[in-house]
Design a protein around this ligand. Structure first.
Ligand code: BGC
Length: 758
């Protein structure tokens, strides 16, 4: 029997091994034929096995699974009842597991190995929110390319990234993992990252499959509380949430992950509208959908399914192709098919999708193509990865304030005090979601500043961010803010004796990320107190913020002369910060998310609606949309960021090419004395529409570098794609009428004109 099967296999789907027909050149139809012929010889249980994903034995990035022990899982693997594994890393481990799948199972179908490569594998780069602040699509793509090469060299062929959930809520810890609040920027960044991970040829041992997540609307968790319910309108779903997902589907992302949340009170995982109608039918997505960790089983807890059996039925019918760690499909699905509750065709469709991606990755041609220990040694941690990590880290930094040109720092004869535990931290800058990264591998701010020898540097911690007994691990909850102020006096003394104080404050790297929502978005612990105490003795403070979400820091914004948003920048963090502080890199980042004055303003975002009673109309009386104790304005708006030079915008011109194509141009001049980069941003406002449009919508941006006094004309084209919107039935339309255009260096741009669309 085995031999007969083998022959079928040899002629049916492994035939490419000795042929010249490489995966790269395989036409889609060839892969489809191979998928079909393999599917034909699979038993029902083997098919279900392909839809089963187990976590590595046992690194968990979610609650530890209740069902299944290690030995039983090995048995499943040997029988061919596992299609994929996650959280396994390193060529040695992966080869060993792949060997079982390929050599011990009846059909020898290789495993696909998934891993959360969110901002680098071993060479950790800036957190995605930081990277997004660069608005530099080339650099972002390059970072994903490097991450793919390093990941693939470690045996892994699939990343659970990019997360392209739009979010307007800084309380939600996972904003660190996305591109911020805007669907236009989010789409461009999502596509750049997918292209970086997947490259031109998925079967190359330097590329990996990407995964768009979390489908859909996970970024709208109520009150910013992780895993909470979502309740958004249809227009928000179509116009804000979907665009990045649609864009990456068009860029051929090979996998999707569904989400933990409800949408219209149906769990995303069991949501047929999302997965079958929108993604697989309307968008014609040909890859596969993996559930989120345990999200099939969680449909029971949601109150949507009575038990895992029903959850399995609902998830498969809704289009979830692979079960991550619910242990539900492997236990229930075959019986559901046998009983006639689930049509086997649905199983076949899911399995085909999974096999298709495995073929595209070249795993059938060579299941060990990602497994070369020599190559792993050469590639992981390569110098060029560090060079590129430094490049994008610098580009991610946003200069928020620079009164009296306190920055850049003078390079000589300065007494500089460095204060704040985060200045001396080599782990926190790695941020969250860096499971293959090693603690202590980031260049600290102190180490970065020490490269500059002309000044005298002294350090005083002042205070920790977290209590020393906090258990710092990815899956640990014990993060207690510091209350000890006993280190203040030493820091105050040092500040008094210094010309300039560099204070590095913010969040610990593990205070953001999954499961790390905050109800306050201030400086945690006693850092605010420390800042105010230092300010009393020395006003020359450069505040370097390292955090994974927008922070509400109104006092600092008012009093501190220089503020640098440095996020969590990865292994090269300290070098990047030092180069910016000393002016060897002129900061060019712009905020991808609005910074509120006060957590009570959240959700706060630039592309809001006018309301019937907006600011500026009746603001002398009570009855307009406002707070009685805080302004409506943000602390720092979306798109904002300063430079060591200045820019002016002039000559906004609008030319209509056709009724549906508008050309807009503007002259950008570097009016300062040093070379610098500016992100020119174009916003539109569709003034009257059948579905009310936001007061501003980003529809174009360009990153330009200019020498002092240099002027460049920047051109944008607005076509139907930019001018239209989705109705509440999901139809994309362009309506005639008046539009405003705004161009400038932030979402507050004032240069404006208008046009009429026929
Ligand atoms: C997260 C996903 C992640 C998965 C696997 C889940 O808890 O929501 O984004 O990819 O775990 O680690």
């Amino acid at each position: 029997m085995k031999k007969v099967l083998l022959l079928v296999l040899v002629f049916g789907y492994i035939s490419c091994k000795n042929s010249t027909n490489t995966i790269k050149n395989s036409p889609k139809s060839t892969i489809e034929k191979k998928v079909d012929s393999l599917l034909n010889i699979m038993t029902l249980k083997e098919k279900v096995g392909q839809m089963n994903q187990y976590s590595g034995f046992w690194d968990a990035t979610g609650p530890t699974p209740k069902g299944g022990d290690k030995a039983a899982r090995y048995e499943d693997l040997k029988k061919g009842y596992v299609g994929s594994m996650l959280n396994v890393k390193g060529v040695k481990q992966i080869t060993a597991l792949q060997k079982i799948a390929v050599e011990e199972t009846r059909l020898g179908i290789p495993l696909i190995f998934g891993f959360d490569v969110i901002h680098g594998y071993k060479t950790i780069g800036p957190i995605p929110l930081a990277e997004s602040a660069s608005w530099d699509l080339k650099a972002i793509k390059k970072a994903a390319e490097n991450a793919a090469e390093e990941t693939a060299a470690s045996g892994i062929n699939w990343t659970f990234a990019p997360m392209i959930d739009i979010s307007r809520d800084a309380r939600w810890g996972r904003v660190m993992e996305g591109a911020g609040e805007d669907p236009f920027l989010g789409s461009k960044i999502g596509v750049a990252r997918v292209k970086g991970f997947q490259g031109e040829d998925l079967s190359s041992p330097k590329t990996i499959a990407a995964c768009a997540k979390h489908f859909a609307a996970y970024g709208f968790a109520e009150a910013g509380r992780e895993y909470n319910t979502v309740d958004i309108g249809t227009s928000t779903l179509y116009n804000i949430v979907f665009p990045p997902f649609k864009a990456v589907t068009e860029a051929d992302v090979r996998t999707f992950m569904n989400a933990f949340n409800l949408l219209n009170d149906i769990p995303a995982t069991g949501n047929e509208f999302l997965q079958r109608k929108i993604l697989k039918k309307d968008w014609n997505f040909s890859g596969f959908i993996v559930s989120d960790w345990g999200s099939i089983g969680e449909m029971v807890t949601h109150g949507y399914a009575e038990n895992n059996k029903q959850a399995t039925e609902l998830a498969v019918k809704a289009g979830s192709d692979m079960d991550m760690e619910s242990n539900a499909y492997i236990k229930e699905l075959a019986n559901l098919v046998k009983q006639g509750t689930v049509d086997e065709q649905l199983v076949d469709d899911a399995v085909k999708r999974i096999l298709r991606v495995k073929f595209e990755l070249g795993l059938f041609e060579d299941p060990y193509r990602y497994c070369d220990e020599e190559n792993e040694k050469k590639v992981v941690g390569k110098k060029t990865f560090h060079d590129d990590a430094l490049d994008i880290a610098k580009k991610s930094i946003v200069l928020l304030k620079n009164e009296n040109n306190l920055l850049p720092l003078k390079k000589e004869n300065q007494k500089i005090a460095i204060i704040g535990a985060l200045a001396n931290d080599k782990t926190s800058p790695l941020g969250n979601w860096r499971i293959a990264g090693d603690d202590g591998t980031a260049i600290s701010v102190i180490e970065g500043l020490q490269q500059y020898k002309g000044n005298s540097l002294k350090y005083a911690k002042g205070a920790d961010v977290l209590m020393p007994n906090s258990k710092l691990s990815f899956v640990n909850e014990l993060l207690i803010n510091e209350t000890d102020t006993s280190g203040f006096s030493e820091a105050i003394k040092l500040a008094k004796e210094s010309n300039v104080v560099v204070m590095v404050l913010g969040e610990h790297g593990l205070q953001t990320g999954e499961g790390r929502s905050r109800s306050n978005i201030d400086l945690p612990g006693v850092q605010q107190e420390l800042l105010e105490e230092i300010y009393k003795v020395n006003k020359n403070i450069v505040l370097v913020l390292t955090n994974g979400r927008p922070l509400a820091i109104p006092w600092a914004a008012e009093h501190i002369p220089a503020i640098v948003e440095a996020w969590q920048l990865g292994v090269q963090s300290g070098n990047a910060i030092a180069q910016v502080l000393y002016g060897d890199y002129n900061p060019s980042g712009k905020l991808p998310m609005t910074f509120p004055k006060n957590v009570g303003q959240v959700p706060i975002y630039y592309n809001h609606k006018s309301t019937g009673r907006p600011y500026g109309e009746n603001n002398d009386v009570v009855f307009w949309s406002h707070y009685i104790d805080e302004s409506n304005r943000p602390l720092y708006p979306f798109g904002f960021g300063l430079s060591y030079t200045s820019f002016s915008y002039e000559n906004l011109k609008i030319n209509k090419i056709t009724d549906r194509e508008i050309k807009v141009s503007v002259d950008l001049t570097n009016t300062g004395t040093v070379k610098g980069k500016e992100v020119t941003q174009l916003y539109i406002h569709d003034k009257y529409a059948s579905v009310v449009r936001p007061v501003r919508e980003l529809k174009g941006f360009e990153l330009v570098e200019l020498e002092p006094k240099e002027t460049k004309t920047i051109e944008f084209t607005l076509s139907e794609k930019e001018l239209g919107f989705y109705t509440n039935t999901g139809e994309f339309i362009v309506e005639p009428g008046e539009f405003n255009v705004f161009i400038g260096g932030s979402s507050n741009a004032t240069l404006t004109d208008n046009f009429n669309l026929k």
